[in-house]
Design a protein around this ligand. Structure first.
Ligand code: A3P
Ligand code: MG
Ligand code: MG
Length: 418
């Protein structure tokens, strides 16, 4: 009760100052050449184990390992749903794991000419995946004051911002804090989202599981066995494991869009075995989608799914996506690979559908506005940014210090890992 009272008192005390908006009334303002977007480079990675506990390693990175002959298989996505226990809380991911990774990897944020301190840690995790080196563990590492980056954000939040103009029914809300020259962006779950989750029909809940089950069928924990092109006829992938909603592998990348340097973290489904590319260019995104039967299905697929798929993978530099097309009974009927860079070409048949340049110009200008608006460099001050009806502007409120939205924990401000 005491804690509740404190929260309520704090809420009452929070002063809100309305700031100038970022206006985006028409798409026309954003039809321009694409902003420069640098190929993302991976700084490192982390995992969540089967209990959802942060691991400073690559242990949950899986290999893309599809059945050799999908046509001879039955991938039934319903298998295992009866015993499946979804995550209890499915709100917006918080920055905690990212901050933890940053605090353990201060050496990634020092200016290039500054010498590294001797590595006092040991290699951790499975170094073998995609031929990459393991994330070094440097215990007691101190984070530098300045990360030399403008933004730290989960990829999912950036993806929502990127697609805003074409999502006129999907609000988002984000808490922004400027600390030592870096804007940290923390997604806040909207009321609409909470309501939708609460009333989600059982069939839709089941299809959420189907996507994870698909990942289970077409990936493996260990590298695929080397098999000749004609044999064996029965793939080794027929013994699927159990779907665990907590397990995940996340890649930490650095990229730049025009003048904005961005440190972004995104969950990655799997990697290609023996890829000659460095991560994240060796990663593969997996999706499921209903089989396309009519022209209408096709238009909707291009307009909605392909835009989100492109946005999600493009941002973090994942070049390839594999979709399992399923019927209404959850049976995979075919697999199809997409090059992310080819997706815009596929939708260019109808220029009114969506355009990458419009999305990227919107995001670029939004980030310019955020940097001009979020200017008090104080970890206790939060700015609330919101995209909502009538979907023509992003609004901003500056909250007085120590509001209930403060996003950077005290341990992070002390510069040591927890
Ligand atoms: P599909 O996208 O194939 O439906 P991701 O594709 O982002 O890696 O997500 C993997 C799967 O997690 C999704 O597969 C879906 O099943 C589930 N999923 C992703 N986002 C979700 C959400 N917001 N709510 C419920 N399930 C979600
Ligand atoms: Mg995923
Ligand atoms: Mg996926």
């Amino acid at each position: 009760i005491a804690a509740e009272e404190t929260e309520t008192t704090r809420e009452r005390k929070t002063r809100r100052t309305t700031m100038p908006e970022f206006r985006a009334e028409t798409l026309d303002d954003f039809y321009k050449p694409c902003p420069n977007y640098r190929l993302p480079a991976e700084l490192g990675a982390f995992s969540f184990d089967d209990k959802g506990v942060f691991q400073h390693d690559r242990s949950q990175l899986r290999y893309y390992n599809p059945p050799n002959q999908p046509s001879r298989l039955s991938m039934d996505l319903k298998v295992g749903y009866d015993g499946y226990v979804p995550k209890e809380k499915s709100g917006s991911p918080d920055l905690g794991p990212i901050l933890r990774w940053i605090s353990l990897n201060g050496h990634c944020f020092r200016p290039r000419n500054e010498p590294l301190s001797p590595n006092n840690g040991t290699s951790a995790g499975r170094a073998s995946a995609a031929g990459e080196t393991a994330v070094p563990t440097r215990l007691n590492e101190t984070r530098p004051d300045n990360l030399l980056t403008n933004f730290v954000v989960w990829r999912g939040m950036l993806c929502k911002m990127l697609c805003s103009l074409y999502n006129q029914t999907e609000p988002w809300k984000v808490a922004a804090t400027l600390y030592n020259g870096t804007v940290y962006l923390q997604e806040i779950e909207t009321e609409e989202k909470r309501r939708q989750e609460a009333i989600m029909p059982p069939q839709q809940r089941a299809t959420c599981y189907w996507g994870l089950k698909f990942e289970d069928y077409v990936t493996s924990r260990d590298p695929p066995a080397k098999v000749g092109p004609q044999s064996p006829t029965v793939p080794q992938q027929l013994a699927p494991g159990t779907v665990n909603p907590h397990r995940a592998f996340s890649s930490v990348v650095r990229t730049r869009m025009n003048s904005h340097s961005i440190v972004m973290v995104g969950e990655v489904d799997c990697c290609e075995h023996n890829s000659k590319e460095k991560s994240p260019q060796s990663y593969v995104e997996l999706k499921t989608s209903r089989i396309i039967l009519t022209d209408r299905n096709k238009a909707s697929f291009r307009r909605h799914k392909l835009m989100k798929w492109w946005a999600q993978s493009f941002l973090i530099g994942v070049p390839k996506l594999v979709c399992g097309f399923r019927n209404d009974d959850g049976i995979i009927k075919s697999l199809q690979s997409f090059r992310i860079s080819d997706i815009p070409k596929e939708t260019q048949v109808d220029l009114t559908m969506w355009q990458p340049s419009v999305c990227l110009n919107f995001l670029d200008e939004l980030l310019v506005w955020i940097r001009k608006t979020v200017i008090i460099d104080n970890p206790k001050v939060v700015y609330l940014l919101e995209w909502n009806t009538p979907y023509t502007r992003v609004t901003c409120e500056e909250l007085s210090p120590n509001s209930e939205y403060v996003i950077l924990p005290d341990w992070y401000l002390r510069k040591k890992s927890p």
